[in-house]
Design a protein around this ligand. Sequence first.
Ligand SMILES: *Cc1c(COP(=O)(O)O)cnc(C)c1O
Length: 388
Amino acid sequence: MTLQEPTLQPAMISADEAEAGGVLTIDLAAIAANWKRLSGMTVPVECAAVVKADAYGCGIERVVAALKKAGCQTFFVADVPEGRRVRAVAPDAVIYVLNGLMPGTAGAFADANLRPVINSPTELAEWDAFVAANNWRAGAALHIDTGMNRLGLTPEEAVAIAPRVQAVGHGFKLIMTHLACADTPDHPMNDRQMRLFRELRILFRGVPSSLANSAGIFLGGTAHCDLVRPGIALFGGNPVAGQKNPMRPVVELQGRIAQTRAVNKGDSVGYGACWIAARPSRLAIVTVGYGDGYPRAAAANKANGTKSAKPSSNAIVAGKLCPVVGRISMDLLAVDVTDLPPGAARRGDVATLIGGAIGIDDLATAAGTISYEILTNLGRRYHRLYRD
Ligand SMILES: *Cc1c(COP(=O)(O)O)cnc(C)c1O
């Protein structure tokens, strides 16, 4: 099988790119297209963008600028420093900080014109005091926990504050909750949380509401409320596990082959001598490892010849899918290129580790994790290219 290998234009190869162990390409046009697609699915509901954790590892400034250009006006981040970075590139955007109000930080929210997501009665009291003392009017979101048991007021706490919030025209611009099982459409939690949130919304009449993350959007119109909050789907992750991914891939990772070597049948490869060649083999040693965020758990976990509990991840070399073999080192991994024509894999060639037939969800599955973790661990040593 010949796979289409994403290739770099020779003109784009700069000196430091040749020196880097890996080249990470982030397709900003794909991020914008993914946002437009989700936004189109949810019309007339507002489509925001979740850009926490450095925009899922893709680079908050570049991503926000691209999304802003696509028409996105509301962003969610995890903390105040991330909020400031969004503010620097999106002076007019609405920015919510999901982790809420840390003690003594209300002034920092106001300085950067950020809206805290209020997650507890204690945060509410501190924010109220700040708002009253400073006549601050930019608003906040109220997060009610409907079953996730992570952040947010309990339903009882929300019911208790509702009359006061309504009476004083509190300035909440959004009430929100978060689904625990949105990526499992049939999970009973979805219905339970959506029903509870519907009841709670009535108590905050006139305040826009938000429930859906990426997977929540695919639960259909009843989950959309007034604003949707996609993250992973913008960055090419499959929003509904087990179904065909409707999103455009965003991230491409290419490692470089440092050397190729021949091993004899019976030779072992890598730390722990975990992989043993079942035939005379050729290996390509690629300059990407777990120190670059390539998950060590992506290696097969049994020696060749014995039955592996799970298959290894793959690399695309010379257009063909080849297995990663042996343990993944900090800076290196080995690819079995025995099935390629002789001379097809050479020193200096690239090996695609994410891209083409290898989606972020495929690598995540091989490592027993999720695409979110693959993206947010993307290494800092790569030479980064942004495609517009
Ligand atoms: C991270 C997060 C999102 C985005 O979730 P995805 O699954 O990446 O779409 C939405 N809402 C909250 C509260 C979050 O923490």
